[in-house]
Design a protein around this ligand. Structure first.
Ligand code: SF4
Length: 198
């Protein structure tokens, strides 16, 4: 099976339409050559409307503050394959928050995507995505250690959402130290200069 086939299948998927109550919009980017596979949780309503991954407040923090890269790099498909547990925005709950990402999506598509992409590393974003991929591990521990997924290096990040204030307050060492270590790995994989003596 070549890469276009699963790509088209995902783009045409409407499995969750009865659950969502609206037409799903699958959103992802990348090719089989992408260097980094990034797995998030689910697109936000802003991403759903603009059809561009991480084109929201979470994305601002992720791209510019944590990765310290431009949109040109982030949206370059040779660099990033951007997928998620759920490829579509799952709708809002009664309190105004986003519904949880449907596990059916991850079960249906993620393994196929992993099999197709010849990436060097994985970045996993958010506790729900981490729980799905590393069900036996504590999220706190995963964030602060280097992991392995499908035989390749994997790094777990907390969700960069502005609503995640409490977690960052309780874990200042993430933004003070850990993200610097992960950024170094990302820059090395992307072939960017870190400004440090190698
Ligand atoms: S969330 Fe996933 S499984 Fe559900 S409709 Fe979108 S692509 Fe299909």
């Amino acid at each position: 099976m070549n890469f276009d086939e699963p790509r088209q299948q995902i783009l045409q998927c409407r499995l969750c339409e009865p659950k969502f109550g609206f037409e799903p919009v699958p959103i992802f980017q990348g090719t089989e050559r992408s260097a980094i596979v990034q797995i998030g949780q689910a697109p936000s309503s802003t991403v759903h409307m603009t059809k561009k991954p991480f084109n929201d407040a979470s994305g601002q923090k992720l791209k510019y503050k944590w990765y310290e890269i431009t949109d040109e790099i982030f949206y370059n498909e040779d660099f990033f394959y951007i997928t998620a547990m759920a490829h579509c925005f799952p709708g809002k709950n009664a309190k105004g928050g986003d519904n949880p990402p449907p596990l059916a999506c991850a079960r249906k598509w993620l393994k196929q995507e992993f099999a197709q992409v010849h990436n060097e590393i994985y970045i996993i974003i958010g506790a729900k995505a981490a729980k799905f991929l590393f069900p036996d591990d504590s999220f706190e521990e995963l964030v602060f250690k280097d992991s392995v997924l499908n035989g390749k290096p994997a790094y777990v990040l907390p969700h960069p959402s502005p609503l995640n204030v409490r977690w960052f307050k309780d874990h200042p060492q993430f933004e003070e130290q850990r993200i610097c270590e992960i950024r170094k790995v990302i820059w090395r994989v992307l072939g960017l200069r870190t400004g440090e003596q190698e």
